[in-house]
Write a protein that binds this ligand. Structure first.
Ligand code: SAH
Ligand code: SF4
Length: 394
């Protein structure tokens, strides 16, 4: 914006009047909540204080009802209840895998459904959340990509997935307990569920700001990883406005193959993507970029691929996360053999990069990477359609 331009953005985004019907406080930034409280009659002078109190109730204690907010006057609580709700997505189904992975199907406004996956590990727990219903991109190996995009999730629906999982895991402190009294079950968040987070930038940003806010869920930005298929123009913005860890769905070492696997490559090719990653300002030894690489038998898993990969990323602090392909009905690929994956990992490792192989989790409940797809979205594309879009024969 040019320096002399009037600052109009705040005026436009801050509501002067509340829309009809109750407003959900979940997902509003502090500034947004302040404006909403003022629009609902909270005196301006008190608004900051009220935000702080309500924020704590919602994000430290998990409150869903204004009645429990005992440090607010009774009349004010009633006033809040007239204008606002504290709502998170509703769990429609919960499945628990033999390995402890939990997959939730949650319903959001409009009757849409998205999936959320909780992956417990010995010393941590990762929640994989969705940013869109479906995905507009059509990566040929991804189940979500066969579902046409229905819509972007709101910030409330994104952070609401975290709150819903905290409910299910009983992670909120009970009355009488302090903030740090319980072990953190959700210690990490990954934006690796359904959707391309960088095509829903503002809502993802606002939701992650809430997750990082020190007076609430308080996850460090190092414990949040956003995975993108390579939306180059938004990568620098991610560093500036979110500051979380970045993962990139790399998956191929030539443009010819990447065009087929990750079609967004036709728009921003490997060289352009690498340039953006090199400039990711937060990249440093302590903040490596994760390169995700799905192992597809005979497609991208040769020794030559491994060697090309390490050459391409030379100079970028990186970790290569090898993902054995997770099969889904009608998928046009097969998982690489285990020895092949290990050999690939070895070449990458010897070149100086950590090369963990992602253990598939929750496969028995179709909760693994790339297997997510709303049950409500039944119109599956055929195998032939997927192959045609990917530019593959047959
Ligand atoms: N849209 C974002 C984030 C969601 S996908 C992205 O593409 O990065 C999360 C990860 O799972 C991505 O690396 C994606 O490429 C990978 N993935 C998708 N389908 C998969 C499958 N069937 N098997 C293994 N990994 C898959
Ligand atoms: Fe969308 Fe990511 Fe799946 Fe590609 S891999 S279709 S970007 S969810």
């Amino acid at each position: 914006m040019c320096a002399s331009a009037p600052i109009t953005q705040d005026v436009m985004t801050i509501p002067r009047k509340l829309p009809d019907g109750p407003v959900n406080l979940v997902g509003l930034t502090r500034e947004g909540m302040r404006a909403a409280l003022i629009a609902a009659g909270t005196p301006e002078k008190q608004a900051r204080m009220r935000v702080s109190q309500i924020w704590q109730w919602i994000y430290v204690w998990g409150a869903r009802d204004f009645d429990v907010m005992t440090n607010l006057a009774k009349a004010y609580r009633a006033q809040l209840a007239q204008h606002f709700v504290i709502a998170v997505p509703e769990v429609v189904r919960r499945e628990i895998s033999a390995d402890g992975t939990r997959k939730y199907l949650v319903r959001i406004a409009g009757g849409h459904e998205v999936e959320v996956v909780y992956i417990p590990e010995v010393d941590r727990g990762t929640l994989c959340i969705s940013s869109q219903v479906g995905c507009t991109l059509t990566c040929s190996f991804c189940h979500t990509g066969t579902q046409k995009l229905v819509r972007n999730l709101t910030a409330g629906e994104i952070i609401g997935q975290v709150m819903m999982a905290r409910d299910d895991l009983a992670e909120w402190p009970a009355p009488g307990e302090g903030m740090g009294d319980r072990p953190r079950l959700i210690s990490n968040i990954v934006l690796m569920g359904m959707g391309e987070p960088l095509y829903n930038f503002e809502n993802v940003r606002d939701a992650m700001k809430i997750a990082m806010d020190g007076e609430g869920i308080a996850l460090s930005r190092r414990r949040i990883t956003l995975s993108t298929s390579g939306v180059v123009p938004e990568i620098a913005r991610t560093a500036d406005e979110i500051g979380c860890m970045l993962a990139v769905s790399f998956h191929a070492t030539t443009d010819a193959v990447r065009d087929q696997l990750v079609p967004i490559n036709k728009r921003w090719n490997i060289a352009t993507l690498l340039e953006a990653l090199r400039a990711y300002p937060k990249a440093s030894n302590s903040e490596r970029i994760t390169f995700e690489y799905v192992m597809l038998k005979g497609v991208n898993d040769s020794d030559e691929d491994a060697r090309r990969l390490v050459k391409l990323i030379a100079g970028i602090p990186a970790k290569i996360n090898l993902i054995p392909f997770n099969e889904w009905p009608g998928a046009p690929y097969q998982r690489s053999d285990w020895e092949r994956i290990e050999r690939f990992a070895d070449i990458v490792y010897k070149a100086g990069y950590a090369s963990p192989i992602r253990t598939p989790r929750g496969e028995d409940i179709m909760a693994a990477c790339g297997q997510l797809k709303s049950a409500t979205e039944r119109a599956r594309k055929s195998r032939a359609e997927i192959a045609a879009e990917a530019g593959l024969d047959g």
